[in-house]
Write a protein that binds this ligand. Structure first.
Ligand code: GUN
Ligand code: ZN
Length: 448
């Protein structure tokens, strides 16, 4: 058997181009030690996984005859990871005028009621997943609605596309219309059945999802904790300290708790696979507790600005003394864009308002390997390390006329040049800058 025939039979293929990913956390090591940039690299794929990755010069002799797709003047990155988003809110994005609690009541609960209808839930799931892929997002931590069939519809749509997705049915048994409420017991039973049906089915994972402490009784939070003890490798996903009125209300609902986080902690919901969205108004001791528990915070800047919730203290979350895992998240429908580039853009501005700097590499770390770490998926996702799943995206820094003008100089060779190009992508880019999205090495959106 000659070598070409051998390689074809092994189902090998390759991508050649300029690659950017991270080998460490730029919040804790110098950026140049965390960034891996291959201006002319080769990514060799076998059965949807990374078989080899390195400079083209070094690998061409070995893989020169493998079928290769070449991208010139494009930046190839691991797929973006959105660690907090609500699929049922896709159709209610951009709802005018309210802050969190009124916004939920006026717009969101009536919208989520429609997801009782599984056919409708599947239609929206497909629209939602199209949006993720066209924005370069390949994995997300997703809230469904209260209805189990809304989870079935979502997972069926994700499975059909071979996506790595984490999702769960929201649990809510008070302070919301009856039509979108369950009970502590029905939430327990329905969640348990969904875990048994979907968790670790292919690339899918389940997240136990009490919506937030306002819409769950202490009894329901305890039931959520029971599920986590029964199924230790599922996730826990909820909201935390997003809005000042919300924080005050939680204190009156849980008078025996030390604070908002403690309401979750007393139910056993604060652990390594717990992801808390927002965390804007956390106390120092709450940050410390999240650090000690190895929990993650989803930084949702477009949502936090849209609902007037506040400015997330990323430098405190990423402090060396009490490091907390952080990922970027759109939080659609309170978030105003599906694009993690646009989300990074707003994250930069939030940092500016607090006299901080969020460098382009830090922002892109949060959108890739940082998100994977927040979701405990860094062994399979988030970078081009050998053996990881080949979910990646091709970004075009000249996607619009303005971007083409801004980036008309030669393609970056150095890290400084790359930082400038990456920053312009974050500030000016959105779905138009995503030329292609690959899932397990197969083109899932865009053009080769
Ligand atoms: N807190 C509880 N539910 C929600 C939600 O749907 N969106 C946001 N942004 N915050 C919440
Ligand atoms: Zn949310």
């Amino acid at each position: 058997m000659d070598r070409l025939q051998n390689q074809t039979e092994q189902n090998l293929k390759a991508i050649r181009g300029s690659f950017l990913d991270f080998v460490d956390d730029p919040f804790y090591v110098p950026e140049k030690e965390s960034v891996r940039y291959l201006p002319d690299g080769l990514l060799v794929l076998e059965n949807g996984k990374v078989k080899e990755f390195g400079p083209y010069d070094e690998l061409q002799a070995k893989y020169g005859e493998v079928s290769t797709t070449v991208y010139t003047e494009r930046l190839i990155m691991p797929g973006f990871i959105d660690i907090h988003i609500h699929y049922p809110q896709t159709g209610m994005i951009a709802a005018y005028g309210e802050q969190l609690l009124e916004w939920l009541e006026q717009y969101i609960f009536p919208t989520e009621e429609k997801f009782q209808d599984k056919v409708y839930a599947r239609e929206v799931s497909d629209i939602f997943l199209d949006q993720l892929l066209s924005n370069g997002t390949t994995t997300a931590l997703v809230l469904a609605a209260v209805f189990p069939q809304s989870v079935d519809a979502f997972f069926e749509a994700a499975e059909a596309r071979n996506l790595c997705m984490i999702a769960g049915k929201v649990m809510m048994d008070r302070n919301a219309p009856e039509s979108v409420c369950d009970t502590a017991e029905s939430a327990y039973q329905e969640t348990k059945a969904l875990i048994q049906k979907w968790h670790k089915k292919g690339r899918l994972h389940y997240a136990v999802t009490p919506r937030f402490a306002i819409t769950s009784t202490g009894e329901q939070l305890q039931k959520a904790g029971e599920l986590l003890r029964e199924f230790p490798d599922v996730y826990m996903h909820t909201h935390l300290s997003e809005n000042v009125k919300e924080v005050e209300w939680v204190k009156t609902l849980f008078p025996d708790c030390e604070g908002y986080l403690d309401a979750y902690d007393q139910a056993g919901l604060v652990g390594e696979r717990s992801v808390f969205a927002h965390g804007i108004h956390l106390t120092d001791s709450e940050f410390q507790r999240l650090s000690e528990a190895k929990s993650a915070i989803a930084f949702c800047p477009t949502s936090n600005l849209f609902l007037g919730s506040g400015l997330f203290k990323i430098e405190q979350a990423k402090s060396a003394d009490y490091p907390v895992k952080v990922g970027l998240a759109t939080d659609v429908g309170a978030g105003t864009s599906f694009s993690l580039l646009q989300t990074a853009n707003e994250a930069y501005k939030v940092a500016q308002l607090r006299q901080q700097k969020l460098s382009p590499f830090k922002a892109l770390f949060l959108a890739t390997l940082g998100g994977a770490k927040a979701l405990c998926l860094e062994d399979t996702l988030g970078s081009f390390d050998v053996g990881k799943d080949a979910d990646f995206i091709v970004l075009n820094p000249q996607a619009t006329k303005l971007m083409a003008f801004r980036n008309s100089t030669e393609f970056p060779r150095t890290l400084d040049e790359l930082a400038d190009r990456a920053f312009s992508l974050i500030m000016l880019g959105d779905d138009r800058a995503v030329q292609a999205t690959y899932i397990l090495g197969e083109l899932a959106y865009g053009t080769p």
